[in-house]
Write a protein that binds this ligand. Structure first.
Ligand SMILES: CSC[C@@H](O)[C@@H](O)C(=O)COP(=O)(O)O
Length: 386
């Protein structure tokens, strides 16, 4: 069980608190996470002293979002190493904590590889742990840099797709600084558009079942001073029909080699709507989310979440006692109701107008163009056996 403590920040105009950081208090190194389940009502940090606590935070969605999961997984390997736990076993458990976001396995794999390489060269456990930590820090920095570059490329793409003026952009789930070491993925582009005077309004899908859009994207949009409106997920169609959506910008949890995009459930229907209404549907994700080992969308494992995320409405309990469940649910379905609750859906490449990465933009989306852009020899994000 992780320890927790409350944070106090000035909300308006300031960025969200850091989603994750490594600290070294006298009692030993820890990973500190902003508990995203408690936002926007409370800013509470979780302090993880071991890998099981981190895995609980990952599976419970206290820490979430593909790029940040990669960062968290890498720091998790470092934590296991410097605290003297079984590093190989910890890495295996971390990599399997959630199946869809490929960044988690990539981040764990990179830190583990750094640990193994140092150990092979004769480093003792402490020095090998420091090598894993250095790799985790590098991934964290790369992620922040990738955010900047995606924002730049994405803004350039918007200039091409929607020349002149300010526009209405619709987004789904959360892709901001809470998923990243920087401003995020799709949200980083939205933020750049806002700062350039190119954003008229951000339409924020509430994003069932856990409302990450309403709770997290709206929280980040408010802090950034954007004009934004939260909408029920199933209201998006009427906005498209009314001509009120100029572009859709979303993130991704895994992009298969052919350009199929797994993202938060509800993304695929948006892509269908966007296609029907001739609205650009743009995916923004770092190359670490592109998985050359998964040939197409059928090969992407879609995480199935607990049914009570659908049959109950999530309610954050204020001022929890240490150890108490921070989020509970109020029943909205009859007792015993069955639920279908996939965390993600998969959008085929033909419905994706463009994929924006830190290396540039692919449009139209083809396997060869994506492979060339995210060439593993340049990005260094190859998967490895864990
Ligand atoms: C930028 S991360 C990918 C997102 O677009 C989205 O699918 C998401 O927020 C991830 O889902 P989550 O299940 O909350 O970890």
């Amino acid at each position: 069980m992780a320890d927790q403590y409350a944070l106090r920040t000035d909300a308006a105009g300031s960025p969200a608190p850091a989603a994750l950081r490594w600290e070294e208090p006298p009692e030993g190194p820890v990973i500190v996470l902003l508990d995203q389940r408690r936002l926007p009502g409370e800013e509470v940090e979780l302090v993880c002293t071991d890998v099981p606590a981190l895995i609980e935070a990952i599976q419970g969605l206290a820490v979430r979002g593909a790029p940040l999961l990669g960062v968290a997984g890498a720091y998790g390997v470092a934590l296991a190493a410097v605290r003297g736990f079984d590093v190989e076993e910890s890495a295996g458990m971390l990599a399997g904590a959630r199946p869809t976001a490929v960044n988690l396995a990539v981040g764990v794999g990179r830190a583990l590889e750094a640990y193994r390489a140092a150990a092979k060269e004769g480093a003792d456990a402490r020095r090998a742990g420091e090598a894993a930590l250095a790799e985790a820090r590098a991934i964290h920095r790369e992620d922040a840099r990738a955010s900047e570059l995606m924002a730049r490329h994405g803004l350039g793409l918007l200039d091409e797709l929607l020349p002149g003026g300010a526009h209405q952009i619709l987004t789904h789930c959360n892709t901001g600084s809470l998923v990243s070491g920087g401003d995020g993925t799709a949200f980083a582009v939205v933020k750049a558009a806002h700062e350039a005077g190119r954003l008229r309004r951000l339409w924020v899908d509430e994003t069932r079942p856990l409302l990450q859009g309403a709770r997290l994207t709206a929280y980040e949009a408010a802090r950034a001073g954007m004009a934004y409106t939260v909408l029920a997920d199933n209201a998006a169609g009427s906005l498209f029909a009314a001509g009120e959506v100029d572009a859709v910008l979303i993130g991704a949890d895994r992009i298969a080699a052919d350009g199929s995009v797994a993202n938060k459930v509800g993304s695929y229907p948006l892509a269908v709507l966007a296609g029907y209404h001739h609205v650009p549907f743009v995916v923004v994700a770092p190359c670490s989310t592109v998985d050359p080992g998964t040939p197409d969308g059928a090969g992407i494992e879609v995480e199935q979440r607990p049914g009570n995320e659908v049959t109950e409405f999530p309610v954050t309990v204020p001022a929890p006692e240490a150890g108490a469940a921070p989020v509970t649910g109020v029943a909205v379905a009859p007792p015993g109701a069955q639920a279908y609750n996939p965390a993600f859906d998969v959008t085929p490449p033909e419905l994706v107008t463009a994929i924006v990465t830190e290396n540039g933009v692919v449009s139209p989306v083809t396997e060869s163009a994506l492979a060339e852009l995210c060439d593993r020899s340049r990005s260094g994000n190859g998967m490895m056996s864990i």
